[in-house]
Design a binder for this molecule. Structure first.
Ligand SMILES: N=c1c2ncn([C@@H]3O[C@H](COP(=O)(O)OP(=O)(O)OP(=O)(O)O)[C@@H](O)[C@H]3O)c2ncn1[C@@H]1O[C@H](COP(=O)(O)O)[C@@H](O)[C@H]1O
Length: 106
């Protein structure tokens, strides 16, 4: 699947592996390494949560976009194929989160 904006963005992100950190923010993140990328995902997640309780819908959308971008950089760095994540979400469709939790081993 390559028509979704997230799949298109992932392809751009992958193309930045080994690119010039002076001209590409994504390449700069890759050069800094997994810990820095993971830190950015945490920061952007927190900023999204803060926006959710104190900012406008436009701010929440913008912070969500930052979070998704940094999450895709993390996937690329970790060698995770977005299709595997989409497949896991598809597998969960129709399964209630409450039923799934109750079915977990105690
Ligand atoms: N979607 C994004 C995107 N969202 C956010 N950001 C960048 O993420 C950075 C977040 O800013 P912060 O202040 O949190 O981070 P920072 O201060 O630069 O870093 P630190 O404080 O953590 O050191 C900004 O530089 C934003 O521009 C993005 N950078 C790139 N993309 C996409 O990736 C594509 C490739 O970008 P380049 O790799 O830069 O060519 C772009 O065309 C976009 O489609």
């Amino acid at each position: 699947m390559t028509d979704h904006v997230l799949d298109q963005l992932f392809q751009v992100i992958q193309s930045r592996q080994g690119a010039d950190p002076q001209t590409s923010y994504t390449a700069k993140l890759f050069a800094k390494g997994r810990k820095k990328i993971a830190q950015k995902v945490g920061e952007e997640g927190l900023e999204t949560a803060i926006a959710a309780v104190s900012e406008t819908p436009a701010d929440i959308a913008a912070e969500s976009a930052d979070l998704l971008y940094h999450l895709l950089v993390l996937w690329a760095d970790a060698g995770i194929d977005p299709a595997d994540v989409w497949a896991e979400l598809a597998r969960r469709q129709g399964i209630s989160g409450i039923a799934e939790k109750n079915a977990r081993p105690q």
